[in-house]
Design a protein around this ligand. Structure first.
Ligand code: PLP
Length: 419
């Protein structure tokens, strides 16, 4: 018997080929059959500076020979301390407490538990979490509960907890979102504990973009009504939207912020949930029952922290922001070019992310167009993974002009072929 690998978000019954990657550098993935594939989705939105960045590789090598892993409950180490210090140069001043975990989903779970613990430890019964329609926050039970319901989680529906949903702020209908938020926030019978949002752009929900003004307004409403504001920057963080964190564009400082993916440059798993002093203080006590009851075995793994420290150095020493701005400019030009195409709609851009829809009758995630497009792109050595009929580009910042032009050309070919 051979043990078989069960891949994520993969229907093995369709028998689609699963290419094997043997090596990667920059924006290129090299396969065992000798192809060089342009990674135009940053390997599931994680890679920021490109694959195998020498500084991150060196940091991992050095740290793994020194201290590989240590329990973090009651113990500490230098890479974690250095990271805490380094993050203070990137985070708003008030987000001055960080809690480590190891994925975006766990960062979100931690945020929810922090918010509920905050109210619980003050003797207040606040359990309701407010969410935005079409959101995605991960695949653990808690993270699924606060995400969009549908085919992804139908089987688990009985386990998912109830939330209060506000509509996505569609252009021209933003007031409905704000009104719904106010209605939940003023519900005396069930006052919310927190609102969690993906700031500026909803990723897995279809790269849906909304304005910094609405983000700021939602934050203001939460502040006014004493509802905690959680920003899930797992996808948006580390430059994707044009600024290091999306919240910056709205001048918003959340009470709790989740980050993962690009925290280590996307090389090795690590997540951080950052919180303000009042959240921490609500758990600070001589009473052990009030401690924050959360951990995972690899919390603050030293090798992962060393990779994150190298990421911060790259942000400090290399022209990362210029690379981001350049991609944003190129996307803008391409978006104008796309505008002339028939059967293309909803062209939208948020920093380094460009998305549009190919008109399709089913128009949802399960659209057969998705896998067909995926295969079309793969045949042309480009890794793009449309969300149903929504095509998006989210490249690593090191992508060259030539590689980006190839991605654009292949997308135009796909439009001519499918639209
Ligand atoms: N939150 C957001 C906004 C995400 O986009 C994702 C993953 O794509 C997650 C949370 C979950 O992160 P992970 O896959 O690392 O658990």
């Amino acid at each position: 018997m051979t043990t078989k690998i069960w891949h994520p978000f993969t229907q093995h019954g369709l028998g689609q080929p699963i290419p094997e990657v043997v090596r990667a550098e920059g924006a290129l993935l090299h396969t065992e059959d000798g192809r060089a594939i342009i990674d135009a989705i940053s390997s599931w939105w994680v890679q920021t500076h490109g694959h195998c960045h020498p500084k991150i590789v060196a940091a991992i090598q050095e740290q793994s020979a020194k201290l590989d892993q240590i329990i973090f409950a009651g113990w500490t180490h230098e890479p974690a301390q250095q990271l805490a210090k380094g993050l203070s140069n990137f985070l708003p001043e008030t987000l001055d407490h960080i809690f480590f975990s190891d994925s975006g989903s766990t960062a979100v779970e931690v945020a929810l538990k922090m918010a509920l613990g905050f109210w619980h430890n003050q003797g207040q019964q606040r359990h309701r979490i407010l969410v935005m329609d079409h959101s995605y926050h991960g695949d653990t039970i808690g993270a699924m509960s606060i995400g969009a319901r549908g085919v992804f989680n139908d089987a688990y529906a009985p386990l998912l907890f109830d939330v209060g949903s506000i509509p996505f702020p569609e252009s021209g209908a933003e007031q409905a979102t704000l009104d719904a938020l106010v209605a939940f926030c003023t519900d005396q019978d069930n006052p919310p504990a927190a609102l969690i949002v993906e700031p500026l752009i909803l990723g897995a929900g279809g790269m849906k973009v909304y304005s910094p003004k609405i983000l700021a307004e939602m934050h203001r409403i939460c502040q006014q009504h004493d509802v905690l504001f959680i920003a899930d920057e797992v996808m948006t963080g580390w430059g994707r939207t044009g600024t290091v964190f999306a919240c910056e564009q709205a001048g918003v400082t959340p009470d709790i912020m989740c980050m993962a993916k690009g925290l280590t440059g996307g090389v090795i798993p690590l997540a951080v949930t950052a919180a303000t002093a009042p959240i921490y203080d609500a758990h600070f006590s001589e009473d052990r029952a009030k401690m924050f009851f959360h951990s995972s075995s690899f919390t603050a793994n030293p090798i992962a922290c060393a990779a994150a420290n190298a990421n911060l150095e790259i942000w400090r020493d290399e022209p990362v922001q210029q690379q981001i701005d350049h991609i944003a400019e190129r996307h803008l030009e391409f978006a104008q070019q796309l505008d002339g195409h028939q059967n293309i709609s909803a062209i939208r851009q948020c920093g380094t992310i460009l998305a549009f829809e190919i008109d399709d009758a089913s128009g949802n995630y399960m659209s057969a167009l998705g896998p067909a497009l995926l295969g079309f792109f793969a045949d042309r050595n480009v890794l793009l993974r449309p969300l149903g009929n929504s095509v998006y580009i989210m490249p690593p910042y090191c992508i060259t002009d030539e590689q980006l032009s190839t991605v654009y050309r292949v997308i135009e070919e796909a439009i001519d072929h499918f639209a």
